[in-house]
Design a protein around this ligand. Structure first.
Ligand code: ATP
Ligand code: MG
Length: 442
């Protein structure tokens, strides 16, 4: 196996590796040339966590996406017929994009591009920034071969974002926003010429030609960033945030809510998961201080559909309902609270932590994050087997673990005390001084 393949597989989660294997085998079966591209390679080489997987195919990408969806039961989330690109969501929650390797020609800034099929080399050269224009071959004959026609690897080493051509930011002006987002997320510097291009393009007013749907796509990306506030602040500093909504600037940014969410996130113990619709929660934070007129402007300027607006518009009502459940007196045991909060969507839980004025609700949520998740996260298979006699991998194991977890949470079983470590053996000195050396007292 090439070093890059090894590096990649060890960098991906088990679920991402399974998605990678599924796409690879479907492409091999269809005899299509497949490459991993975009963020996954940038993040692998740069040592960042990999968020989603982007694949490029020389040829029939949409057919491959449909094949993979059928074989794996993945959901076909969206299809871009113009760019021949589809987004898939696997049952494990892993998201991936399968796109046709292509050329895009822009008749004028922000206009609909003319799309033609291309080789992977051509495809990489039409992208936005060099760090995003690296591919890894997943084809049998050249598996693990790195393709880097714009020297992205070197820019990654220097932590620099560089536009691929002098027209990059003019052709598709949403790239001005992407540039600021990557700079904020990766904490990279922007290459001097690229920065000059950014200033000139902004001065020339190219952002006016960004299509509402492109703005919505970007907004969705921002809302699912690990630290959306950093990006929003950076966009505001560059005077680009009002593109989304005229009133959205300065104090309207709702720093307090974003900071509270960031703090709550740090309370999730390592290894625990709280599945959350970050888009809904972060857009709620973003829109909370806006007037109804400003909210309407956001919908209009981003061409947001009703289905896209609902998750954040209805979030407060949903979480209010959950508040009613969480304050019920019958939730009087740790295990019952744990079950109840675990079953609720993360965005409702976080919003309640952020907003609820009910003391009991706040206390229960605090215990959930600060105590119950910690206890549950520490339970080992060995501990479950010792207590219940059921071994992992057997059909009864899940139920045994559940019973044990409930007993631990409710304090009916105490945390097992780890055995005392064996005392270190006393090493008798050897050699010419052995007789005179005193053995160590233990
Ligand atoms: P993330 O970690 O946020 O997914 P990403 O770099 O993978 O980052 P995507 O939006 O998933 O970003 O896009 C995948 C790749 O497609 C990018 O790395 C880039 O090469 C290319 N790309 C996406 N949008 C554009 C664009 N507007 N112009 C040029 N290339 C783009
Ligand atoms: Mg991506």
């Amino acid at each position: 196996m090439s070093d890059y393949m090894f590096n990649l597989e060890s960098h991906l989660t088990a679920e991402q590796n399974a998605a990678l294997a599924a796409v690879q085998s479907a492409a091999a079966e269809a005899n299509l040339s497949l490459y991993l591209t975009g963020g996954a390679l940038r993040d692998m080489l740069g040592g960042f966590p990999i968020r989603d997987l982007d694949f490029s195919v020389e040829g029939a990408a949409l057919k491959l996406a449909r094949d993979v969806a059928k074989k794996t039961n993945a959901e076909l989330v969206s299809v871009d017929e113009l760019r021949k690109s589809a987004e898939l969501k696997f049952e494990s929650g892993v998201v991936c994009e399968i796109s046709m390797a292509r050329l895009e020609k822009y008749p004028k800034p922000g206009a609909k591009p003319q799309v033609t099929p291309a080789t992977i080399h051509e495809d990489l050269r039409r992208r936005d920034f060099t760090v995003n224009a690296i591919a890894l071959s997943l084809n049998r004959a050249s598996r693990g071969l790195m393709i880097d026609p714009t020297n992205g690897v070197s820019d990654l080493e220097h932590k620099e974002i560089r536009a691929i051509t002098n027209y990059t930011l003019y052709d598709d002006p949403v790239r001005l926003l992407r540039l600021i987002r990557y700079r904020a997320r990766l904490q990279f510097t922007v290459n001097e010429r690229t920065w000059q291009q950014f200033l000139n393009a902004r001065e020339a007013g190219v952002t006016e030609s960004i299509q509402p749907r492109s703005l919505f796509g970007e907004l969705k990306q921002i809302a699912t960033e690990n630290d959306p506030f950093e990006v929003l602040k950076a966009l505001d500093e560059e005077k680009l945030l009002t593109l989304f909504c005229n009133g959205l600037t300065g104090a309207k940014l709702n720093a307090a809510a974003f900071q509270k969410v960031a703090k709550l996130k740090t309370m999730i113990p390592f290894g625990s998961e709280v599945p959350t619709d970050w888009y809904a929660l972060n857009l709620w934070c973003l829109t909370q201080p806006l007037s109804s007129k400003e909210k309407a402007a956001l919908l209009e300027q981003t061409g947001m559909t009703k289905e896209e607006a609902e998750p954040w518009q209805k979030l407060e009502a949903r979480s209010k309902k959950f508040e009613g459940v969480l304050k019920e007196p019958k939730l009087n045991r740790a295990s019952v609270i744990w079950h109840t909060v675990k079953a609720a969507p993360g965005e409702e839980v976080f919003l309640l932590s952020l907003k609820s004025a009910e003391k009991l609700v706040q206390e229960r949520l605090k215990n959930y994050f600060g105590k119950y998740l910690v206890i549950v996260g520490e339970i080992t298979d060995a501990e479950v087997t010792d207590s219940t006699g059921v071994a992992p991998g057997t059909p009864e194991y899940a139920a045994a673990r559940e019973t044990y977890t409930v007993a631990r949470l409710d304090g009916r079983i105490k945390k097992p005390i780890p055995p005392e470590p064996e005392p270190e053996p006393v090493i008798q000195p050897r050699g010419p001084f052995a007789r005179s050396a005193k053995p160590k007292q233990v």
